[in-house]
Ligand binder design. Structure first.
Ligand code: SF4
Length: 374
């Protein structure tokens, strides 16, 4: 049986954060039981012929599910084929964890938690619409350790409205004091159709200036390195051998199955997208055993571009031999001029059979990557 990865989407949140454009909903808790029952059916259908090497249950807030729903999910997950060393992550938010839930996750086979903290200052957390404060995070984090979770990621965010560089340093320092195995550090992006977007358009969002945001990013590199974290992707840092194997599947453009509303799959060069609306997802699955809103075959160009965009996010970049193996042509056949251009301007490096962004290139990654469109 082929080894593959599995993403499972839980679209429920207690409350929407002001910046969030993920396919997650609040006020739809009455659909939870139906949703999870339908989801377990999809998981069984899609996974039966594969062995999972990584599993990621994301959202939304998976740990916002009721214990009853988590138990349904557990039953389904115990039946899924897994490799011996399967990395099994669940995303959670502070304020939604307790002993019962953590023990249940453990008994489900979960061996990695990803906790969304974002900032350590309660006033900042409140101003971005988070449901928790710093104490909730510390309590939940310590409880997770006590129950035996020895692989934890913490998400933090910079470029928040009214966030100072001192506050950002404080966030990094306080998180590192807890010594999680992995830290994801993203800059806030103002997405359309969010409350922050409307405030931004009305000029009511006091975002840090570009040079401050750049300093925040550079501080992240310096501080996290000092605490022993290795940057292995533009926004991701880990202790030795604790990289997120599930995310590496995306960055290496490998196949994965996605289950749940709004979930995407990439299998045999086909991209599948499930219905985003919870009701439509349930209806589709129950009437025709799928809820695909779209199935699209990648052209060769699509796949090469995606391979470059995703691969260049990794600090080690793209191995030329891997490219040749996959696309049966040298990378220069498609990209000689682009690579030369960005080597000359110091944004790309080509060394030891690899092509990767320089530090400056990482800061200008959107610009560099846009040149890789065929
Ligand atoms: S908890 Fe996560 S998914 Fe839910 S609204 Fe906030 S950012 Fe979005």
């Amino acid at each position: 049986m082929k080894e593959i990865s599995l993403y499972i989407h839980i679209p429920f949140c207690k409350k929407k954060c002001w910046y969030c454009d993920f396919p997650s909903f609040c006020g739809k808790d009455y659909l939870m039981v139906d949703y999870v029952k339908t989801l377990t059916k999809e998981i069984a259908l899609r996974t039966e012929n594969y062995i999972m090497k990584t599993i990621f249950i994301g959202g939304g807030t998976p740990t916002y599910l009721s214990l009853e729903c988590l138990n349904y999910l557990k039953e389904a997950m115990l039946k899924v084929n897994k490799t011996m060393d399967c990395e099994f992550t669940v995303e959670c938010n502070p304020g939604t964890l307790n002993e019962d839930i953590l023990k249940l996750l453990k008994s489900m086979g979960v061996n990695r938690l990803s906790i969304g903290l974002q900032a350590v200052q309660n006033e900042l957390l409140k101003s971005i619409g988070r449901i928790h404060d710093m104490n909730d995070f510390i309590d939940n984090y310590k409880l997770a350790r006590k129950i035996g979770f020895n692989n934890i990621n913490v998400d933090i965010m910079f470029g928040l409205p009214n966030q100072s560089i001192e506050q950002w340093r404080e966030t990094i320092n306080k998180v590192c004091e807890l010594s999680p195995e992995h830290i994801s550090s993203y800059s806030l992006i103002i997405e359309e159709d969010t409350p922050f977007y409307n405030l931004y358009k009305e000029n009511k969002l006091n975002l840090p200036q570009e040079n401050i945001e750049r300093s925040m990013y550079l501080e992240t590199l310096k501080l996290l390195k000092g605490f022993g974290y290795n940057q292995y992707e533009i926004s991701n840092y880990s202790k030795a051998h604790k990289e997120c194997r599930h995310n590496l599947v995306y960055w290496n453009l490998e196949d994965y199955i996605g289950c749940g509303s709004g979930a995407h799959s990439f299998m045999n060069n086909l991209r599948y997208r499930n219905e985003e609306k919870i009701e439509e997802y349930i209806m589709g699955m129950n009437s025709k055993n799928n809820s695909y809103a779209e199935i699209k075959e990648n052209t060769l160009e699509d796949t090469i571009e995606e391979f470059m965009f995703m691969g260049l996010r990794k600090i080690e970049g793209i191995k030329e031999s891997v490219f040749k193996n996959r696309f049966k042509k040298d990378i220069d056949f498609f990209y000689k001029e682009v690579i030369e251009k960005h080597r000359a301007n110091g944004l790309l490096k080509r060394e030891n059979n690899s092509i990767f962004l320089t530090e400056r290139g990482i800061e200008l990654s959107n610009y560099v990557m846009s040149d890789f469109i065929l």
